[in-house]
Design a binder for this molecule. Structure first.
Ligand code: SAM
Ligand code: SF4
Ligand code: SF4
Length: 339
């Protein structure tokens, strides 16, 4: 086990396979134009698998494929098959916006993907068109349907709740998820890099979400779970279980075991970290597995990150980075870092 400076083990690696996306969610990619990672810098699947395998040798047992939009990599099932064959991987999941999922869900499941999380912020197509600049709401719903039927161990739906946009859909989203036999997870709007329109007034807190649902459905029971997952889970009186990720108002850095690899092979030990560790250059210059493992282990051992907690404690909290900063270093973007 590899422990950081706050005794947190390295257990989870989120692998962003592309910084590109076919949506423009206002909380993630609100700008008209972006600086993209150069194509030649994007890791091949073989390179990604090698870094994942080395991370697993250091104690990682949960892998999550993400992006940008991961399904923009057309042969993604091939990567899934490579990752599932790494001995020691206990969990293999993917986060997707669902647009391209319907035709691929079965192949991903066959390749060994165990769980899938689909982002669904609204049940109204016209809202998605204006808020995420995509007319493909029906494709997202088809993706959810296909995932529900593909035999994954779990299907979760993620909604970032934003005041004045979709906070009137809490109940409808919960009931939609229940009909799909998927677990709903409400996410507080975070002031991460990329969220250049962020304002505290638009954050709907976990507390407010629970109050609203309590008024509608009756007493909500908090499920006491002792794992390192970011979502706190709750149960309605009728048995429906859902999660809330309170990263903005009640962060959970103390139990954070997550690392992130960008599509160009930069390792981040926090969503809010200013800088990452370049693994692509050493990898392409011929470093051995042991040398790469040493680089990762050294970086994790020195880790003191508590990004969301520090943000929560900062007075006059506002937008994290201005657009110019993001243009100069696109790896500060949520869509590059993988969420
Ligand atoms: N494109 C895929 C998707 O949307 O599911 C995967 C990548 S996306 C960056 C991963 C997650 O980050 C999504 O569930 C998205 O809702 C979340 N996210 C992005 N920006 C956020 C923000 N400002 N606050 C909270 N969650 C955010
Ligand atoms: Fe939306 Fe995900 Fe694309 Fe960001 S990366 S714009 S959250 S679909
Ligand atoms: Fe982990 Fe950083 Fe998120 Fe805190 S802010 S939970 S340390 S990734």
């Amino acid at each position: 086990m590899t422990l950081d400076a706050l005794q947190r083990p390295l257990r989870s690696l989120r692998i962003s396979v592309t910084d590109r996306c076919n949506m423009r969610c206002r909380y993630c990619m609100p700008e008209d134009s972006y600086s993209w990672l150069p194509r030649a810098s994007i890791l091949t699947f073989e390179e990604t698998e090698r870094l994942a395998r080395i991370a697993v040798s250091l104690g990682v047992d949960k892998l999550r494929v993400t992006g940008g939009e991961p399904l923009l990599r057309h042969d993604l099932p091939d990567l899934v098959a490579m990752l599932r064959s790494i001995a020691g991987v206990r969990d293999l999941a993917m986060t997707t916006n669902g647009i391209l999922l319907a035709p691929r869900a079965a192949a991903l499941r066959r390749a060994g993907l165990r769980r899938v999380t689909i982002s669904l912020d609204t049940l109204r197509a016209e809202r998605m068109a204006s808020f995420a600049r995509s007319p493909r709401h029906a494709d997202v719903l088809a993706g959810i349907e296909a995932a529900s039927g593909a035999g994954f161990e779990s299907v979760k739906l993620n909604s970032v709740i934003i005041r004045g946009y979709n906070d009137d859909e809490l109940e409808a989203l919960l009931e939609f998820a229940r009909r799909q036999r998927a677990e709903m997870r409400f996410i507080e709007y975070m002031d991460v890099g990329g969220a250049t329109d962020w304002a505290m007034t638009q954050v709907v807190s976990q507390r407010e979400i629970l109050e609203r649902l309590g008024e509608r459905y009756g007493a909500i029971e908090a499920l006491r779970e002792h794992d390192w997952a970011p979502a706190e889970r709750f149960r309605l009186p009728d048995g429906t279980v859902f999660g809330v990720i309170a990263s903005t108002t009640a962060p959970f850095c103390r139990t954070c075991d997550r690392s992130r690899l960008t599509a160009d092979g930069t390792l981040y030990t926090c969503l809010y970290a200013d800088t990452g560790l370049d693994l692509r250059d050493p990898l392409r210059l011929g470093a051995s597995d042991e040398e790469l493992a040493r680089l990762i282990a050294d970086r994790w051992s020195g880790r003191t990150d508590r990004g969301a907690e520090l943000r929560a404690a900062s007075p006059g909290r506002g937008v994290l980075y201005q657009v110019e900063t993001l243009r100069a270093d696109p790896r500060k973007e949520m869509h590059t870092r993988g969420g």
